[in-house]
Every structure is written in structure tokens, then in C-alpha cells.
Design a protein around this ligand. Sequence first.
Ligand code: GLC
Length: 722
Amino acid sequence: MKKIILTSLFILSSFLIQAQNEIAPKIEEILSQLTLAEKVAMCHAQSKFSTKGVPRLGIPEIWMSDGPHGVRAEISWDSWDNAGWTNDSITAFPALTCLAASFQPSLAKKYGIALGEEARYRKKDVLLGPGVNIYRTPLNGRNFEYMGEDPHLASTMVVPYIQGVQQNGVAACVKHYVLNNQELWRDHINVEVSTRALYEIYLPAFKAAVQEGGAWSIMSAYNQYQNQFCSHNELLINKILKGDWGFDGCVITDWGAAHDTRQAALYGLDIEMGTGTNGLTTSTQNHYDNYFLAHPFLNMLQSGEIEEAVVDDKVRRILRLMFRTNMNPDRTFGRMNNVEHQQVARKVAQEGIVLLKNEDNFFPLDPNKKMTIAVIGENAFRPLTTGGGSSDLKPKYEISPLQGMRERFPNAVILHTLGYASGPPAYGRVIPSRYDVDSLRREALVIAKRADVVLFVGGLNKNHHQDCEGGDRLQYGLDFGQEELLRMLQDANENIGVVLLSGNAVAMPWLGRTKGLIQGWFLGSEAGHALADVISGDVNPSGKLPFTFPAKLEDNAAHHFGPLSYPGDSINQHYKEGILVGYRWHDTKKIKPLFAFGHGLSYTSFDLSAIQTDKKSYAPGEYITISCKVANTGQRAGSEVVQVYVGKTKSEVERAQKELKAFSKVMLEPGKEATVELQVGLDKLAYYDEKSSGWKLEKGEYVVYVGTASDKISKKVTISVK
Ligand code: GLC
């Protein structure tokens, strides 16, 4: 088997090298014909989402579009307004937190392929996603767009997504490189973090995206690192990204994230987008020739202050991007809003939904039973594919949870009322609800009292401060009076379940009197169908949390260290927790979370046995093979995620108790069992040594933790490294 894999890898790599070799001379040929002005023009925007080509030589423009969860509606040429097209409605896929929660890399591939086909059909050459910034605080407004708190999970899930997108001849643009872990002051905050945490926590998913995913472009973050903007950062781009990692694609700014011509020229920026040029606002009076990489750059080149070789490197990368996308004659044609895409959206939602609590087997509800279900909460029917900032979508349709319930429970009487209400979606502003809270609550209590079952559907809603770009959340608990309403509903009817739709952890003072709790993410076009699939038991939930739910905000590492740690002092910010992010903090400091990283229940039960490693001691360069038996000991089919964490007992440096190093999801029929085998390369146990500026594999004893959640470990196996 291994021989076949090696042979095919060799063929593939030689094909890729050959393809590369074919392109290189063409790039040189074009470069030799370009004027200096034409070269410079390719390095910056000509409109909100496009850059100039060279019509004289038949070189096309590059068209970009958001976002990570679907292709954004067409935007106007020179403003953020929608262009008002009538043929740009698309399939809205679940948010990336949901994809991460599936712990299923094969689904990430399907997701990327489907999304790439839609981007291709919409004639986009660069898709501005995925986002893989690490979940550091539950208040970050954009966590819903990312893949959680663990670098191994994010790295494993982002690679197939990128490969899927790019097989359509559309470039993924992995973002936001790097340390953009909050929205407050994002456009300038200077992040100070230990080099070890940078390499062990914040860089890995980007490194995997580039080296394994083969990302053709990457988007620089707004913030600064070591007092240099990420858009033109000598260490992050020239040394690490383009030097150490060998990135051969384009660095594209976040919109308006370039700040200096000389630095942009010399510190690795290739394409400048979204700069406001009249007094640095984002006014539509932008004049693209005044961009930092426009006339000011051309002047420096013409004066000889900057060598032409500098712009040539940028243009080579841009032309390479074109040969991979809009100048690739073999590119597919793409598809949009087809059944397969809708099925992928539903499947990802089904596999990412997490059953957090299920007392008295509250879930699933029996669709054949005549009963009255009170579905209470604005999120039961509020569109959630819209809002959130740049990942906003205009879907061809969106099935609401209420609609999903009505379709799947025809024998039930389903009552619905808002219960609570927020204002309309308004990026950057909070528009208060026009509803009277008391009347909403009175109405909710009436149907709660009458119902056999109460299903509260709440959470966040991608409004400003409610899981949205451009602002962080202002509180850890639910807003719009949901907590008070829940308490009243629990007084009225103890048979209550909660469905949270959000991209972040929340406080849960109402958890004790809640029998069933589902973490539903922003689930896209098929939201209502997927939720009803799980609530009815048609689908057995198998999602696992991609980030920790702390009981209270101060239990979270970033918040433990006070305001300089989060949100910073508006100029600087210090990631004082170092490598102890998320469960690394909770495990090591013994702070019990509400729900742990990797946690997720099922309608069946599983048992792990015969857990072992292939050897007791290993030499550098070897692999640890962990095997175990997984048995489905319940009455119905289901999937379980075997998780392997590794920790170092005694160490020369600070260590987290344990770190995720491998996982595998396995589907089993009732009564069946399977042997699962996972591999961990010894290089993955190395820590980043700041003294030697390199990775160091410590000798001695390690503990291999095998289980089905970070707080549900079945067995610990001690091994040693020679
Ligand atoms: C926004 C976002 C980025 C998005 C870009 C274009 O500011 O930070 O994720 O792709 O601008 O909309």
C-alpha cells in the first residue's frame, strides 16, 4: 500500500514540477514585454475587488470575492454597496466553526470543492477565505469564520478545504496572516506574543495551508506584530512565509491594511487592496493611482530608489497566480446552486452540530408523536446567512429552524413566537429592536405553558457585537434578555431544550434547568433541515467542540491576565498566556470548563478498548502508531471521534498538560466495533526553542492520552523518546 502511495506522490510531484517548469518561461516571456507602469498597475486594486490586467497583451484582470462560507453577492465597482445583481444568489455553506466541529477532513474537501465550483461559476479568480485565526477569546467577533482553538485541528481541516477550492482553478486566500485574534482595534493594534507561542499556536495552520494545502494566495492581517504591519512585515513575510516556508503565491492585503510604500515594496506585499486614499478614509473618492503600490511605488522605481527586481518578483507571483487561475486553459467551468452543493451544505451542518447535554434523553423528539412543541426565539426563523461583515451571503434560499421543524414534525402542533427580538442586521451599528419586551415574553409564556415540549432557539445573530466583523462581543452571556426569558420559560415548563446558533462560547446560567442542549453553528442554507435531522433523530449528532466553553470569562486564559492581555491598551496587546490557549490552559491550570474542547454527545454510546502504542520507546524520525478498538455499545448507528493528545511529564520548558496530535472519526452500526489506527510523527512532539530559534525534540518520557474529548480520556500510555 505504502509503495502505491509513494509512487503516486512521486508522479504527482513530478507533474506539478513539470507544470511549474512550463509556466516559468512563459512568465519570463511576459515579464520581458511589460512596461514598468504596467508592472506597477498589477500590484494594486483598480476597483473594490479587482486588479488591472494588461489588455495590450491579453492579460486578464484578477477578480476576487469573499468569503469563507459562500460566494458573496456582487459588490459595486467602487463602494461596499451590493451591485444589485439578480443572478448572484448562491449556496450558503455552514460557518467554518461548524466544519471544524465535524472533525472530518474528507468533508472539508467536499466543502472546498463545492464552494470552489460556485466561485468559479461566478467568475472569481481568488476566493477570500478560509480564515484560520486561532480562537483566543470568546469575545472575538469573527471566531465564527475560523476553525477553533487548536492548531492541529485547524491545520488538518484547512488543507483539504484549500485543495478542494483550488482544483477548480480558483485561488484560496488563507487569512488573516497573522495574530488577528480580535476585532477591537484590529486595524492597528500591535500584538506582542512569545516567539514560541507564535510558532506553536498561531502559525501552524497557515504553514499547513501553504506547505500542504498549496495555497496560491494569503491575506495579511490588519494588525501589527513587533511594531510592523502584517501587510509588509519583514519577519512574517520575507523570512518565515516566503523564505522558510517557500510560499510562491501572492500576499494580498486585507482591505485597507497597507500603510507605507517603501515597506510594502521591500517587505513582501504583492497586491494592495482596499486602501482609502483621500486622508486615509474609506471614502469612495478613492483614486487607485494614489495607492501606496501605485504612483508612489512607480516613482521610487523610476528614480532608482527601489530596484526593478523588486516589482519583478511581485509580478512573477501575480502571473503565477494567473496561470493557475484565469490564464489556465484547463480550468473547469464551475457550477452553482445545484443539488450536490446543497447536500454538502446539509451534510457539513449535520456532522458539525454538537449535542452538548441530553438529560432524560430529551433529544431526539419523536416526529411520529402527537404533541405540542413551542418553538420560541428569534433565531428560530431569523436569516443568519446575512450579516457578520464580509462573510455576509445572499443565498438562493435559507431553511430556518422553524421551517425545518414544521416539515419534519407534521404530526406535532408547532407553536412559535419570537420570545425576544434584536434589531435588523446593521454592520457597524446596533439598531435596537422595536418590539416591546414584556409583550414578547407574555406571548412566549402562554405557548410555553400549553406545550408538551419547549424548544428555545437563541444565541447570537451576526449583528454588530453579536458575532460580527469589525467589533467584538460586549458580554459573555446571551443578549436581548434571553437569559431572563429562559428562566421564565423554565418556570413555566420544565420540559425544555435549547438550541444555540452562534460561533462562540457563551455563559449559561440557565444550563442547570435545561434538559437538552444543542450547539448549532451558523449553518447556512440548509440550517433548518440539518437541525431537524438531528432533533428528530434522523441523524445521530457527531460534532465535537472546536473550542472550550469556559464557565465564566475570567476562566479563559486571555481574560485571566487582564486588560493588557485582552483587549490591550488600544496600542499594544500582550498574549501573556503564551502557549496555554484554550484547553491547554484549562487542563494545565485545572480550571473545569462548562464544556471541554473535543466534547460532543451522541444518541448511542461507544467504548474504547485495547488502547496501545506499537512500541514503548522511539527514536527521532519515527512515528508513534496508536491503535484502539471502538465499539458502538448502543442501539443505533453513530460516529465517534477518537482523539490522541500528547504531553511531556518532566520538561525543560513550560508545557501544556496535553496537546491534540491526531484524531479520527469512525462510523459504526450498533453492536459493531472497529480498530482505529492513528499516527503521530515524533517531530510533532518537538517544541519551539527560542534560544536556538528552531524546533527541539526533547528526550525522555511522554504521555499519550487517548479518548473522545479533552476531558474524556480513556487511557494514558507512557512512551519514551531516545
Ligand atoms: C475585510 C475582511 C476580510 C475581507 C476583506 C474584503 O475587511 O477583514 O476578511 O476578505 O475585507 O471584504
